[in-house]
Design a protein around this ligand. Structure first.
Ligand code: ZN
Length: 101
């Protein structure tokens, strides 16, 4: 395990919150209650895929996606950084970002 020495000085990110601020294991984050709640709120506010909507297509959204990915410094728990996407659009976006799953 290489240790990361730079960019560790973040006084607002303390050891008390292990689920937040971890950039390497997003799985934990996606299992957190905070995320599940926010995701549910987002999909309730916007139940249609926003990507499809912009093309005039109404598709039910399945995923609340981070507009700026967490691993690129996007806010993980800010609803402003979320967009509702259908599976298809989410896959396309993930593929573009190089981390399809
Ligand atoms: Zn879509």
């Amino acid at each position: 395990m290489p240790s990361i020495k730079k960019t560790c000085r973040r006084p607002w990110m303390t050891e008390r919150k292990p689920q937040e601020g971890r950039k390497h294991s997003n799985t934990k984050f996606y299992q957190s209650t905070a995320w599940r709640k926010l995701r549910a709120v987002k999909l309730e506010q916007q139940p249609l895929c926003e990507e499809c909507l912009s093309k005039g297509i109404h598709t039910p959204a399945k995923v609340a996606d981070h507009i700026v990915p967490i691993n690129r410094g996007g806010a993980a728990l800010n609803i402003e950084n979320l967009q509702s996407l259908c599976d298809r659009c989410h896959n396309i976006k993930s593929a573009k970002e190089g981390h399809a799953r």
